[in-house]
Every structure is written in C-alpha cells, then in structure tokens.
Design a protein around this ligand. Structure first.
Ligand code: PMP
Length: 382
C-alpha cells in the first residue's frame, strides 16, 4: 500500500511512539497533582513538549495551550473571541476556502447574531490583500484566515494579511495545521495573535494539537472565553486532565520537525517535481490547481480532463494499493467547497485528485503510484 494522503494524516514517526510509550505505561501520573515524583515527571514531560512546540513556532512557552487538535483550537479561538469581545463588535472576517472547523463555527456564530464575511479567493485559492482591506468595518473583532490550503496547497500571504489586521487594530488568527513542519513559522516576525495546529499532520499522534495565544510586550495574554470550563489546567483556558502521552508525542514530533525540516523539505519538493513531471508526460492535458510557486511542499491538486473520469470511483478501486484523495478528509460527502470557490465546474471537480507526500515517501513509490493511477483510470472510465 502506497500512502499519498498525508494531508489527511501522516504516519507516526517511530521515534514519536518510543517517546510516548513510557507515559502509557509506568509514567502515568497526573501532571497537575504535582506533589510526588510520578506527577512531577508527567508535568516536566508536558513542559518539555511545550518548549519543543514553542521552539518550532519561535514563541514563548506560555503562549501554547494544548488542545485535542486543530478543530478544537479553531472552535476555541473563534467562539472564545466572539464571546469575550462581543461588546466591541459583532463582525468576523474569514474566507470561503477555510477548513470546515472554521466554516461551521462561523455558521454557528451567524445564528447567534454575529456577522461573518467569507472572503472570496483568486483562481489559485488565495486571499487578495485588497479584498481583505475592503471587508473591514468598525465592528470587525477578528480576522481568521488559513495559512496554507489543505486541498490546493496554496499559501496565503499571511504576513501581509496579519499586518493589515494590525494596522486596523483587529485580532488575527491563522489556521496553520497544514503548514506546520513544512513552512517556517516565526511568531516574532509575523504579527498573528492566534494560531491553530495539530500533531497528526507532522507524524505525531491523533487527538492532540495546540492553540497559540500571543502575549503582548508587557506579558499580558490576549483574553478569550474557554471552550471547556472546569479545572485550572492550561491556565484555566482549557480544562481537563492533560493527555500526557499525546502531548509528549506532539512535542517529539515538533522537535523532529524543527531539527529535520531543512533535510526533508527539499526531499519532498524533489518527489513533488518528479510526480508532476512524470504524470504530465503521460497525461498531457492534465492541469495542476492552486499556486505552483507559493505552496505547501508535497501537496498536488490536479484535474484529469479525460471523459468519464470519476475521482471517487477511481480512489475506491485503488483502495488496497494506493491511498490518495479527492479533497479534504473532513467533507467526504459534499463536492469540495474549495474547488468550487476557485471556479471549477462539477465535471472538473469529479475529475480532480489530491496527492499529498511526506518524508517517508520514495521515488519508487511515486513511479508505481502513477502507473497504478493510470491503469485504474483506464479500467474504470465511465
Ligand atoms: N484545519 C486544517 C487546515 C486541516 O487540514 C485540518 C485537518 N484536516 C484541521 C483544521 C482539523 O485538524 P484536526 O484533525 O486536528 O482536528
């Protein structure tokens, strides 16, 4: 089985499993109990993980809040800001190509009386600076925009977008789930106030992620209402006994990403170029969607305009040999809202595929995957 669906999730790095195992066995202490060694060991493991993630983001340790993943972080930040800042305005700006955990949250907030602007994107799936500027009103309390698109791979000009937010004194959140460990994140350089990310996209475990909440120059944290009320874990912002083994896994995955990005990113780029070159040689009218320059390494979104190609049918028939996708794993039943937003018609959407590579893929797998895909397309054209 060749796994080329790394935007959906990634294979866990064996070093991550090794680091996690003791916290599922002998080191089972509760990190907030504190008064005996078992608890202190758990607490220091959590703090090592926090420090590893803050190194990857170039931020302070106390700017990291552990969550169950990026969906929770997105919900926490959007609902938390909408609630906390409701007296200052009721308008939130996002985009039409966000992950469902942002879009559905915004739909929910609309029902509660908030006004949401869903910015349109250009043909490559990116937000234009002027489009953002025009959408800002004196009621805008938050701008939440995806850093890199999970279906297309296109990157948004996040530094410029966040700067527009700052110039207008508006809080800025970015969903960085797909770019973590792929693109440098520098919280000192880019003026975002909030960021969401997840461990399972960087060869860590599922069910753990983080929300970054910026502290200002004098150490004051941006405030927001917790999503989960209860104990005082995570400074009272996210209650519940910490999932120590998962947090340790996230920390180890972040440590590996920080140390090894400069090795595996060029490798992933080489594999991406190999894939694109080889498949284009075999299907000459195939085209790639999204920005092919300003992009997340390893995400390839392509339309195969051959009569009768049905992506779902082909992917299902490839199931035991090759794992690829027709879009996001989180919206399997509906046609992709991202492809619609960049102007693809129904026919084009049903003949579009997403291939997403990781550091564990090899050139041999790329060659075999292309042969398998073409063989299956020829067999299952309708
Ligand atoms: N945002 C983006 C851009 C994603 O790609 C995903 C995962 N597909 C999420 C959020 C949700 O992440 P999680 O699975 O950790 O909830």
């Amino acid at each position: 089985m060749i796994y080329l669906d790394n935007s959906a999730t990634t294979k866990i790095d064996p070093r991550v499993i090794k680091k996690m195992l003791p916290y599922l066995k002998e080191e089972y202490g509760n990190p907030t109990s504190k008064h005996y060694t078992l608890a202190q060991n758990a607490e220091s493991a959590v703090e090592v993980a926090r420090s590893n993630l803050s190194t990857l983001l170039n931020c302070e340790n106390d700017e990291i809040i552990f969550t169950s993943g990026a969906s929770e972080s997105n919900n926490f930040i959007l609902k938390g800001i909408a609630d906390y800042y409701q007296d200052q305005g009721n308008h939130i700006i996002t985009s039409s190509v966000e992950h469902k955990s942002i879009l559905k949250c915004c739909n929910y907030l609309e029902k509660k009386g908030y006004k949401i602007t869903y910015l349109p994107v250009n043909k490559k799936g990116q937000i234009e600076i002027d489009t953002l500027k025009k959408a800002i009103t004196d009621q805008t309390i938050l701008i939440s925009l995806l850093w890199g698109n999970n279906e297309l791979g296109s990157l948004n000009p996040v530094k410029k977008l966040a700067t527009v937010a700052k110039e207008n004194d508006i809080l800025f959140h970015t969903d960085a789930t797909q770019i973590l460990g792929k693109i440098d994140i520098n919280a000192q350089d880019i003026p975002f106030d909030f960021l969401s990310c997840s461990a399972h996209k960087i060869h860590g475990p599922k069910g753990v992620g983080a929300a970054f909440i910026k502290t200002d120059d004098i150490g004051l944290r941006h405030e927001l209402t917790p999503l989960i009320h209860g104990g005082n874990q995570e400074d009272g912002l996210r209650a519940g006994t910490l999932s120590v083994h998962n947090i340790v896994g996230l920390g180890e995955a972040a440590r590996i990403a920080f140390n090894e990005m400069s090795d595996y990113i060029p490798k992933i780029k080489r594999l991406e170029n190999l894939f694109k070159e080889k498949i284009k040689n075999k299907i000459s009218n195939l085209y790639f969607n999204g920005d092919q320059t300003s992009k997340i390494p390893g995400i390839i979104n392509m339309t195969i305009p051959i009569q009768g190609v049905n992506n779902k049918l082909i992917i299902t028939n490839l199931e035991e040999e090759l794992a690829i996708s027709d879009g996001s794993a989180c919206s399997i039943t509906e046609p992709s809202h991202v492809l619609k937003a960049i102007g693809l018609n129904r026919n084009e959407i049903t003949s579009t595929f997403r291939i997403s590579l990781s550091k564990f893929n090899t050139p041999e797998e790329i060659e075999q995957a292309i042969d398998l895909l073409i063989k299956t397309i020829n067999e299952f054209k309708i």
